[in-house]
Design a protein around this ligand. Structure first.
Ligand SMILES: [Zn+2]
Length: 140
């Protein structure tokens, strides 16, 4: 879906929104989440001017992270909707929908947010449990 995406600093009241866009489509969310998860490295590279400026969205992300190095960061779109910063957000959402489908006849989109959050928490704990037990070896 086409929508501008912005980082916000949630340690400011009201939250401070970035001037520059970090993405233009919801399909940019995985890259934004990955950069937030790797913020220490991104900020370090940006501070040493080693960060590639060819990608203006990632540069906007790097700049905002560098001026808010320790703040809680969020992602909002141009319609004011908040998006998860969790690097596994898409996987969590897919598992949460599947869990919901087994236990409820109410369509996901019509389900109360509290129920969705409960399913997302279950999905996140399932992913963490799987990760703690399995090591996936990289193929040579
Ligand atoms: Zn801040």
């Amino acid at each position: 879906m086409s929508t501008y995406l912005y980082l916000v600093c949630k340690d400011h009241e009201p939250p401070l929104e970035a001037m520059g866009e970090s993405g233009q489509h919801t399909s940019d969310l995985p890259q934004i989440r990955s950069d937030i998860a790797d913020r220490a490295q991104i900020v370090d590279l940006y501070s040493r001017s080693l960060y590639g400026m060819s990608d203006s969205f990632r540069s906007a992300t790097a700049y905002f992270l560098s001026v808010h190095p320790a703040c809680e960061i969020g992602i909002v779109d141009e319609y004011g909707r908040e998006h998860s910063v969790h690097p596994d957000a898409d996987l969590i959402e897919a598992i949460a929908k599947a869990l919901h489908g087994w236990g409820s006849a109410v369509p996901w989109d019509e389900t109360q947010e509290a129920w969705k959050e409960e399913r997302r928490d279950m999905a996140e704990r399932a992913i963490a449990a799987i990760r703690s037990r399995w090591t996936i070896e990289a193929k040579p």
